[in-house]
Design a protein around this ligand. Structure first.
Ligand code: MG
Length: 357
């Protein structure tokens, strides 16, 4: 049993990074077993042995991006960018079966991700039907399984802590249904060449209730039921998603520490960007903000050949690529349409009003 105390946790992570350089441990799924092989040995149930575990709900590190602190789902949307139907109850985010995946608005590349999750106290279903959800990196591509694996037999590569259909967890340090589990995940995003081929695959390390269950696993590609599909090229930064697999699984204390590139990337719905789009004016100065594809652009009205890309730094704050302009959308009406935008240039802030149609 490998137990790493909280105080040694960061040191352990650093150790993993250096070991990663020296080792290619478990670089491929075990060739002796098929996908979802029922003959594969079950990972042994392990008591994580953490005193006061069920109270473990500490604050995020000061440099973390907090995605869910128990108050609201402002940082979350449905997969297509529309409002999520998941709910917040008593400081906890809960999957509403049938509502679809939930994803972060902000996108992440290499990162450390902390997620706490809890299974329904009243057990219902069995095997993969019991408390199934999942934590996905890379959008909805790379799943670390969430399952009520407490005394629940299923295929080994589908247990809680599994990199689904690729790597079973070394052991199962899961708590009883109704108690809280903790994932601390290190995700290294895949890199791609210009021609779409893989430069370096995605890698995952997972601590499950402080017990190491996945160590620097090299993913074969996206995870999926009965499949090991090849990689297809995608942007470095992608949302983090939780799965709706028809079970009311709960989540809390979700935070991320970015490793490396700190550029902020948000993935909005086109309908949200369309609400921001419009003509804004002040004292004869008129800006057009419009959407093309999944991107907002800015130009002097009537000059779309000379448009500047607008990059989000929060849900309302955008900056332009060509010069040091910032735009803060404000005065949202009941339909979520901003009635003004504050344009900042060289420290001067100008309020511009949306042109009435
Ligand atoms: Mg799942």
């Amino acid at each position: 049993m490998q137990i790493i105390s909280k105080t040694n946790f960061v040191a352990a992570l650093i150790g993993i990074v250096s070991l990663t350089v020296a080792s290619q441990a478990q670089a491929q799924p075990d060739p002796r077993y098929k996908i979802h092989d029922f003959n594969r040995p079950q990972p042994p149930l392990v008591d994580p042995g953490y005193v006061g575990d069920n109270q473990r709900t500490g604050k995020a590190p000061s440099d973390a991006i907090v995605l869910f602190d128990g108050s609201n789902l402002d940082n979350w949307v449905a997969s297509d960018g529309s409002p999520t139907k998941w709910v917040v109850k008593d400081g906890v985010m809960e999957c509403v079966p049938g509502s679809g995946y939930i994803r972060s608005l902000q996108c992440f590349g290499d990162c450390q991700l902390h997620v706490e999750w809890s299974e329904p106290e009243n057990i219902s279903g069995s095997s993969q039907g019991r408390g199934n959800s999942g934590v996905f990196l890379g959008g909805d591509r790379y799943e670390i399984q969430v399952l009520d694996s407490y005394k629940n037999k299923t295929y080994a590569d589908g247990h809680a802590g599994a990199i689904y259909a690729q790597y079973p967890p070394e052991v199962l340090p899961i708590r009883k249904p109704g108690e809280w589990n903790v994932y601390d995940i290190v995700y290294i995003a895949p890199r791609f060449n210009d021609d779409g081929s893989v430069k370096s695959p995605a890698r995952l390390t997972v601590f499950f209730n402080d017990v190491l269950v996945q160590w620097d696993r090299e993913l074969t590609g996206p995870t999926g039921w009965l499949s090991r599909a090849p990689y297809s090229k995608h942007d470095y930064k992608q949302p983090i998603s939780f799965q709706d697999h028809g079970n009311p699984v709960k989540f809390r204390n979700v935070w991320v520490r970015e490793l490396g590139c700190k550029d902020k990337v948000f993935k909005y719905s086109n309908s949200y960007l369309d609400k921001l789009a419009g003509i804004y004016e002040s004292g004869g100065m008129r800006w057009e903000i419009y959407r093309d594809g999944e991107q907002l652009y800015l130009n002097w009205v009537g000059n779309r050949n000379n448009s500047w890309k607008m990059t989000a730094e929060s849900t309302t704050h955008f900056v332009t690529d060509r010069t040091d302009f910032a735009f803060d959308f404000a005065d949202f009406n009941d339909e979520g349409i901003p009635q003004s935008v504050y344009w900042t240039m060289e420290g001067n802030k100008t309020r511009m009003e949306r042109e009435k149609k």
